[in-house]
Design a protein around this ligand. Structure first.
Ligand SMILES: O=P(O)(O)OC[C@H]1O[C@H](O[C@H]2O[C@H](CO)[C@@H](O)[C@H](O)[C@H]2O)[C@H](O)[C@@H](O)[C@@H]1O
Length: 383
């Protein structure tokens, strides 16, 4: 029986639409200079017609995705008060877990498989280490979670890989013993190892706040002026939409619509895509009630995992087990890399059934914390 289709359609199959942009800029090239975005204004042949009517937005898949993304608390509560729906939801979740078993109930299988291998941990931030909240500035990590992360980081190489800017995610996590990759992996502060370049981009030697020597890898640095400009333009274009909020993530820009009325989602999407038309070197992706604008380079959280493994000298060894824990669509790139290399595995954090390249699942950040604590205990008891 195909569990993914047997219960109506319980699985959210995030199709990850990306605005289609000229294929010439889809490869990993770091341009030394960009034409002013204004130059693109008259190049109508490069433009894709923008969806004008609601049906067209729907047809492109974006509006449905915006509606389905990260159900609001109101909807989840409605599910809970309605017993029938809640039972249905539980049943669907249990069925889904056959394909994505809980990393907690499968903990022994995980540690049996790990055996004496060296673990490397990669953790997403929002929705993984901190619960999803309405205001991104309030996505605080609990002290108990911080202690759990500190503990595992004292036992295994551990990195945070976030869509936020690196500085911002560090301000939340506040742990010096970790490695950090911000802007969906486009801003990595890693160890000084044998890695001096990747994909033709040189690493920069720098020092962290503690004065420790680090390697800085920023494959999208040439895009900074463009990202700053698009941040301002997007801010102006959504200013009048109640609840819409911008976030500057250094090499990416987030347009949050979590607090926007559903009737205005289409407006948000249209305003964003209208600005994007002038920037063929940028692409639009979709996260949890957020539209994200970022450079069209072949770099993502999966590449960041590979880069960090190499910097840590763990890439070649059969004896290493990388584990990536994340909740968002952008984490799928990392899950895919681990799945393809058949070395480690992803753990998807989700309280609803979702299609994923992860191997295991955890329901929410509370379960992530429990998993991290169990890992630390296991490691300490086995050495
Ligand atoms: O890669 P991540 O660390 O998961 O970052 C992805 C985005 O997370 C943040 O937005 C999400 O969390 C917010 C706080 O809970 C929530 O309000 C928002 O709706 C979510 O999309 C962050 O604010 C974004 O900039 C990140 O790109």
């Amino acid at each position: 029986m195909d569990l993914k289709t047997s219960l109506g359609s319980p699985v959210i199959a995030d199709p990850l639409p990306t605005l289609v942009l000229p294929s010439a800029v889809m490869t990993f090239t770091t341009p030394t200079s960009f034409p002013s975005p204004g130059l693109y204004l008259n190049t109508s042949s490069k433009k894709k017609p923008l969806p004008g009517k609601i049906e067209e937005v729907r047809a492109s898949g974006w509006l449905d995705l915006m509606m389905a993304s990260s159900p609001t608390r109101k909807r989840q509560i409605k599910d809970v008060v309605n017993d029938v729906q809640a039972d249905d939801h539980d049943l669907q979740y249990c069925n889904w877990m056959v394909d994505y078993p809980s990393a907690l109930t499968s903990f022994e299988a995980i540690t049996d498989f790990a055996g004496s291998k060296r673990l490397a941990l990669f953790l997403d931030y929002d929705g993984t280490l901190s619960p999803i909240v309405d205001n991104p500035a309030n996505a605080i990590m609990s002290d108990e979670m911080r202690a759990a992360v500190r503990h595992v980081a004292s036992l295994f190489p551990t990195a945070i890989i976030s869509g936020r800017s690196r500085d911002k995610v560090f301000d939340f996590v506040k742990l010096n013993e970790l490695y950090y990759a911000g802007s969906h992996g486009m801003d990595i502060m890693g160890p000084v190892g044998k890695t001096t370049e990747s994909n033709g981009v040189e690493c920069i030697r720098s020092t962290d706040t503690q004065g420790k020597e680090v390697n800085l890898f920023q494959p999208a640095s040439e895009f900074l002026p463009m990202i700053d400009e698009v941040y301002k333009r997007l801010g102006e274009s959504i200013m009048d939409i109640d609840g819409a909020r911008m976030e500057d993530n250094k090499f990416c820009v987030s347009v949050h619509y979590r607090n926007v009325a559903e009737d205005d989602y289409q407006k948000v999407f249209q305003r964003v895509t209208a600005v994007m038309e002038d920037y063929p070197c940028l692409k639009l992706t979709h996260g949890r009630k957020v539209l994200e604008v970022r450079p069209v380079i072949d770099w993502n959280k999966g590449k960041a995992v590979e880069f960090l493994l190499e910097s840590l000298g763990l890439n070649e060894s059969e004896d290493v087990l990388p584990i990536y824990v994340g909740d968002d669509r952008t984490d799928e790139d990392a899950f895919k890399v681990l799945k393809a290399s058949n070395r480690g595995f992803g753990i998807l954090v989700s309280s609803i059934p979702k299609e994923s390249d992860a191997f295991y699942s955890l329901r929410d950040p509370a379960e992530v914390m429990e998993f991290l604590k169990k890992l630390a205990t296991w490691k300490e008891q086995s050495t």
